[in-house]
Ligand binder design. Structure first.
Ligand SMILES: [Zn+2]
Length: 288
């Protein structure tokens, strides 16, 4: 038995390109963090070393040596998701999760028994922008760790005192996700941008004016909350100049901007005021 079992394990995961970070560990059936009401005993990030939690997960051996040098008993979290190349199917029998209750069989792949008596099946993340739901639909007790999350890895200790251990070791090749699992994932939206509700700018004005109007409406529709009034002001200003230059009819511009702005959550009075000042400023610049 190694003198530094957790450090050695963390380093070996990192060598497989699985990013790791330190978690709290159990002491006498309680979380070592010391909080009497700890909600995730021996499962939450060790904030003094990894203040951003799973975002601090790394494969850098120097950092890993430093972390487990400072906290040799720290449990090991492995980051899941496209960045780490891992999807983990997490079966918890306490909630009904069982390998034979899944929509299909799981391939032979690195598999850990969890300290809670369940299973972690490590699978290759398909990438491609695929997004997995946190729970497998129709399968109670079956979670999918497919992005932004983490799993506890052997030889971490569960708060019950049981140790996470490998059934099929991580030296086994990582199997691809079976089709039934891929079917539960969401394909990325091929057109993720918010389509502004009123891109039908008609055939008023010049082609140049219409292109500018379409661009401004898109920008306004996508403006984050808190910047919408500014966005409306900027749009009113730049389109005001085009109205003054004869590229666009003022009524059309005002109507479309108001429609998009109100759909984006601005109040009609705000829209009216901002538009007037924006468009006036734009017109003045043109005439100056
Ligand atoms: Zn705790």
């Amino acid at each position: 038995m190694s003198a530094h079992p957790r450090l050695d394990a963390a380093l070996s995961y990192a060598a497989s390109e699985w990013p790791v970070f330190p978690l709290w560990w159990p002491v006498n059936g309680r979380c070592a963090c010391g909080k009497p009401d700890c909600q995730h005993p021996a499962k939450h990030p060790l904030g003094t070393l990894a203040p951003h939690g799973v975002k601090d997960a790394t494969t850098d051996s120097q950092t890993i040596r430093l972390w487990w040098g400072r906290a040799p008993l720290a449990n090991i979290g492995i980051a899941t998701g496209p960045e780490s190349g891992l999807v983990v199917v997490d079966l918890d029998p306490r909630n009904g999760g069982q390998p034979d209750r899944l929509p299909g069989p799981l391939p032979t792949t690195p598999t850990a028994r969890t300290g809670g008596g369940g299973w972690h099946y490590y699978l290759a993340h398909p990438g491609d922008g695929l997004k997995f739901p946190p729970k497998l639909p129709g399968c109670p007790g079956a979670d999918i760790k497919g992005g932004g999350g983490y799993v506890l890895a052997p030889p971490s200790l569960h708060v019950s005192g049981r140790r996470y251990s490998w059934d099929t070791p991580p030296t086994h090749i990582l199997a691809p996700c079976p089709d039934w699992l891929l079917n539960a994932a969401k394909r990325p939206d091929p057109n993720p941008t918010v389509t502004p509700p009123a891109v039908h700018v008609g055939n008023h004005g010049t082609a140049y004016g219409r292109a500018a109007l379409r661009a401004e409406l898109t920008r306004l529709a996508q403006a984050p909350e808190g910047d919408r009034n500014n966005a409306l002001n900027r749009a009113g200003y730049s389109l005001g100049r085009l109205v003054a230059a004869g590229h666009l009819p003022g009524d059309t511009v005002r109507g479309l901007l108001a429609t998009v702005a109100e759909k984006a959550g601005l109040l009609p009075q705000e829209v009216e005021r901002t538009l007037r000042s924006g468009m006036n400023a734009g017109r003045e610049v043109h005439h100056a």
